[in-house]
Each structure stands twice: as structure tokens, then as C-alpha cells.
Design a protein. Structure first.
Length: 402
């Protein structure tokens, strides 16, 4: 079994918060390593403060298609969440981890008492291997509770988005999230990566970027009192831009209260490259509520421009016929748009509607011509309202220093 590539530990590990005033780089001293000053660089550049702030290379959330050092996943821990389905969900996670490990290293987070079982089920991995590390967690949705990474020349940091269980405390969607909420900080500490505590509450699945300063997001999941009470859309946007290195947010309305995420962007619209967006088109049998979400998003994207002033090319990605798929139930996520881009491959669900599965394959191959398109049966994961993207989080490679 391979172990994670070593990352030099910094001489200090810091918790950096975004406040009303940015911290100039000069105030931190020149002796700090680039990885340690990463968050301050981003903060100073975004705020336009500090000496020569315009020349500071700010950190920015990269496109998922950029090179990765590894993929993080999480071993589902609680039968109180998955009931008798837990063993089957774990088999799905092990399968996804194995397939991704053919292309890049995979690190699986698991509770100490469950780590041995995770190692056994994931097996020795493929060419790059799978490493299981012991960090307490509750569920598998590491996209949402894990760190969202930002990078710049010679530097990387992880943004902790203050996971609060999707704001579902006191509702029928509530599930335990105490351990999940601490994973981002623990993971970053273990890997010696600077932690930035975001000035907003949200999840990684709510954030989609082209890597060039444009963010796609839904109002329903972020401008929502269950995450950011008292904050206007403009205030949430400012917080997103300052902590993720964004220049522009394209807001889609989304839909609150109909799923646990309040309609995350990663099931609705995804960048495949700068200026190109895949839009989830609901398949036959989909509730009208979600068709309305798609139609509103289509209208917005048709006239939107990105951070560099480019109009967007929108490619529709049709969903399967819900009467023909294997999975059933209101919460079953039958979205091909919840794909995951790894080094050399794109991982996407297949649901049993052979025509729709084939169409999704062809569209993704056209959008990612240099990558393998790997279709996986993840019906057990999808029954919980998520998919492959929800269950993965990429650690991007650090760009060369200037």
C-alpha cells in the first residue's frame, strides 16, 4: 500500500481568518515559508491592501481539471445514517476509490475503529494506491465537509467552509455531523497545509469554478439563513470572492428545502473549460420543481459572461429516464452532472437507462477529449442524494513558483 507523498511540515501551522482588514505580507515577515504566507497573500491581494498589493500573486480556487496531487474520500461511519444499507454504500465507496486510484493517489479518511475494514475493502489499490488515514468522521460527503483548496505560484492553502450539516439542524433532513465538521482542520494539520477559515458557511459542492476567477453558485444553498443568517447576497458574494480568489459570481436561483443541500451547483451546472458549461437537463419522470430550476439556470447562463467578459457556451447534459433507472426513491440522485474530473479521467455514474448512459458518455468524451470516461454503478451512494463528485475532494498540485 502506498503512503501519501511527503509534504514538508511548516515551522508553524496557522489558523488565518478573513476579517475587516487584510494583513499585509510585510507584517508577517520574510522568514515565513510560501505555504505559510499563502492565505495572507490571497487576503492582501483580494483586498487591494499592503505594499505592492496589485503585484501579489493571490491564491485562487483552481479548475477541477487542473493537475491533482491526490483525491480525498471518506469512509461512511454511521448506521444511524445509512441503516442496513451501510455495507452496500461502503462497497460503492471502495469501488470508486479503486477506480480513481488507477489515475492518481487516493486517501480515505476513516474512524480508527473502522480503518482496518476500510483498508481491507479498498484493497491494495491500483498503480497509485489507496491510503487509509485515521480521522474521525460521520459520513462520506467529503466534498462538502473537507477543505476546498486554493493555490498560487509555489503555494497552497485549504479553505475550511465551516460545515454545519447543510444547515439542517431541527429539520427532517438532520443527521449527525459533529465529526465531519472537524475533518477539514484535522486533514490540513496532518498534511501541513495552511488553513483559511472562510468568512461564510457553506460546502464544497456549492462551489464551481473555471479556474480563471469565475464562480458558479446557487442562491438557495449559500444565501440562505440556515447557513449565512443576516447576510445579503452581495455580502455572501464578497466573502466568496475574498476567500476563494474569485472575480465574479454567476448566481443561479436553485431550489431550497427540496433536498439536504438546498440544490448544490455540482448537480446543476459545471465548467468543463473556461467559457464552457455543462447544464443538467432533467430526464423524463423528473418532478416539475427541478425542471423549473433547469429552465431558470438555462436563461441565466444564456446571457451571462464570465470574469473575463466571455459569453458562455452551454452544453446540455440530459439526465436518464427515471422510470428506466435501477435506483428508486425521491432522494435518488440521477444526475450525470455530478461527475468528478481526476488526472487523466472523468468519473460519472451510469444508472441503467442505456440510451441516456451512452449519451452522457459521448458528451463527456467530447468535452474532455484527452481523458478516459469511466462510468460506475453507484446506486447505493446515489440513494442518499449524492454522487461521485459529492464523495470526492481533490488536492490540486502546487503551481511552480514565479
Amino acid at each position: 500500500m502506498n503512503t501519501p507523498a511527503p509534504i514538508p511540515a511548516p515551522s508553524r501551522r496557522s489558523l488565518l481568518k478573513f476579517g475587516a482588514a487584510a494583513v499585509p505580507l510585510a507584517a508577517l515577515g520574510s522568514v515565513l515559508a510560501a505555504s505559510q504566507t499563502a492565505a495572507a497573500l490571497t487576503q492582501a491581494a483580494a483586498a487591494g491592501t499592503g505594499p505592492n498589493a496589485s503585484a501579489v500573486p493571490a491564491l485562487r480556487m483552481p479548475a477541477e481539471s487542473d493537475r491533482h496531487d491526490r483525491t480525498f474520500m471518506a469512509w461512511p461511519a454511521l448506521s444511524s445514517i445509512w441503516s442496513t444499507q451501510l455495507p452496500a454504500v461502503r462497497r460503492d465507496i471502495a469501488r470508486v476509490a479503486y477506480e480513481i486510484s488507477r489515475y492518481e493517489p487516493v486517501v480515505v479518511v476513516a474512524r480508527s475503529g473502522q480503518a482496518a475494514d476500510a483498508r481491507y475493502q479498498c484493497g491494495p489499490g491500483a498503480y497509485y494506491g489507496i491510503t487509509v488515514i485515521e480521522i474521525a468522521n460521520d459520513d462520506l460527503w467529503i466534498r462538502d465537509f473537507g477543505p476546498t483548496f486554493v493555490v498560487g505560484p509555489g503555494a497552497i492553502a485549504g479553505v475550511d467552509t465551516n460545515f454545519n450539516g447543510w444547515g439542517k439542524t431541527g429539520t427532517s433532513y438532520y443527521q449527525r455531523f459533529t465529526e465531519d465538521a472537524a475533518v477539514a482542520a484535522t486533514l490540513l494539520y496532518d498534511y501541513g497545509i495552511d488553513r483559511i477559515q472562510a468568512p461564510f458557511v457553506g460546502e464544497g459542492g456549492a462551489l464551481e469554478t473555471d479556474g480563471q476567477g469565475t464562480l458558479l453558485a446557487t442562491v438557495s444553498s449559500l444565501v440562505n439563513p440556515n447557513r449565512n443568517p443576516g447576510k445579503s447576497q452581495a455580502q455572501v458574494e464578497q466573502a466568496l470572492c475574498s476567500s476563494l480568489g474569485m472575480d465574479k459570481v454567476i448566481w443561479l436561483a436553485g431550489l431550497a428545502g427540496q433536498d439536504i443541500t438546498d440544490d448544490h451547483i455540482d448537480c446543476l451546472a459545471r465548467f468543463t473549460s473556461p467559457g464552457r458549461v455543462l447544464l443538467d437537463k432533467p430526464g423524463p419522470g423528473t418532478d416539475q420543481l427541478w425542471i423549473d430550476v433547469y429552465q431558470q439556470a438555462k436563461q441565466v447562463l444564456a446571457t451571462a459572461t464570465d470574469a473575463r467578459g466571455r459569453s458562455l457556451t452551454v452544453v446540455e447534459l440530459p439526465g436518464p429516464d427515471r422510470t428506466l433507472i435501477r435506483g428508486k426513491g425521491k432522494d435518488f440522485l440521477s444526475s450525470y452532472t455530478n461527475f468528478y474530473v481526476a488526472n487523466g479521467a472523468v468519473f460519472v455514474p451510469q444508472f441503467g437507462d442505456t440510451t441516456a448512459d451512452g449519451t452522457a458518455y459521448a458528451i463527456l468524451q467530447a468535452e474532455f477529449p484527452g481523458r478516459d470516461i469511466v462510468q460506475l454503478n453507484i446506486d447505493n451512494i446515489a440513494s442518499g442524494g449524492g454522487g461521485i463528485h459529492c464523495s470526492t475532494q481533490s488536492q490540486p498540485a502546487v503551481p511552480p513558483a514565479l
